[in-house]
Design a protein around this ligand. Sequence first.
Ligand code: SF4
Ligand code: SF4
Length: 486
Amino acid sequence: MNTNSETQAAHLKKEILIRIVKAFNSNDFEKNTRLIPFDMRPKGSEVPFRCCIYKERAILKDRTIAGLGFAIEDDDERKSLTEYANEALQRDAIDEKPLTVLDAACKGCVPSRVFVTDLCQGCVARPCTTTCKFGAISIKDNRSVIDGSKCKSCKMCISACPYNAIVQIKVPCEDSCPVGAITKNEHGLAEIDFEKCISCGKCVSACPFGAVHEKSQIIDIMKNLKSEKKVIAMIAPSIAGQFPGTMGQLKSAMIKAGFSDVYEVAQGADITTQNEANEFAEKLEENAEFMTTSCCAGYNELVKKHIPEILPFKSGTGTPLYYTAEIVKQDYPDALTVFVSPCVAKRKEGMYNEKVDFVMNYEELGALLIGSKIEITACDESTFVTESSKQARNFGVTGGVAAAVTAASNSPEKIKQCLINGLNKQTIRDLKKMAKTGKCDCGNLVEVMCCEGGCMGGNATINSKKTAFKKLAEYTNLGKDIQPNK
Ligand code: SF4
Ligand code: SF4
């Protein structure tokens, strides 16, 4: 699968966000927002993705609505982008559901089914018909045909066909969701069940139509950046791999964009590490078989909604964001805080935390800087007041949390790390088994990361994975080692 940064859908999303920022910075936000679909697809222009220019503009309108922070599910088609832009300026908060599905974009995706392709030779043996236990396959005009009302998607016919003529068409979002929270409804539209959704963002990355969107708070943030209020940014550790230039230059660029100060969430990760190392030492003294870490917001949602029985084995230590937001609110009691995050799960975590006022993801921060004509590499170096450790800087990489806790432990020889690198149906089954049996076969410190690669694989990351990992490693190596707990 392509990474988020490499798809055309991601480019479109980025372009819309940049145009929203430019419209906000112009002298007529409402009018310029209304014009976004027309400016992107002017009369007579090429229609790269859809049947006609009107459909393209309708989808671009939906993308703009999501970029303004509204749910497409609530859209009244008669409402103009001017009205949405105005409402975005007036509102105090957006609703809690972090995702929305663009129905006009989603309709293009066919429902999941087993399908006979043109490779069918109408052979004499017809093993597909005899293999199907449900009588779903018949022959018409010398071709195999599947009756969808009888087919149970058991896939026996797929294995039976000697020409590989039968395939299963999957719905990418449904297929990627580890908890069955997104499904196509009878109108062919994907719907998210937020009671089940753990905000892992996998559907956002998987949808080839870019139909699943994070609802953006970019307008709410820019409104406050332009006001008299102090706005403090807290940047997640994985950001070090995402943007050009150094972390010091990124801080300067963000201050140019209107933030009063920028804190690294890695600062909080150092506190998480020390506390989690102490907690694990206590658990080992109580003869606990294993402990799972608590940093990944998607895993925390999974436990809450789907595996509550694993709670006694999960660390109760606060996340890096939790401690960072506490520090920022102590240092700047009257300021607003913005968490800059790599994924939907952390957006959700920020929304739950009363010390976090807004969340923006890396795509949105990139759009804010580009749309405001701020070049990171042209900015001066700034420093961070508290220097985070090497291990804390590496929290966003699979294995980073477990390595940090081990480094901070006063008895590292007792720790056997077990890494769950990405939540999927199988790893969720493994976690359920651990909860049921109270045992973990692969180790005693179980780090769970929702995304493969850790936060570096989050749905809102913007750099190619290879470059991002290299850049992050360079920054990590500049840090000092964390000291073991006394
Ligand atoms: S992958 Fe899911 S959200 Fe995307 S177009 Fe298909 S059904 Fe819709
Ligand atoms: S965010 Fe994750 S849990 Fe929620 S619907 Fe998408 S894939 Fe499923």
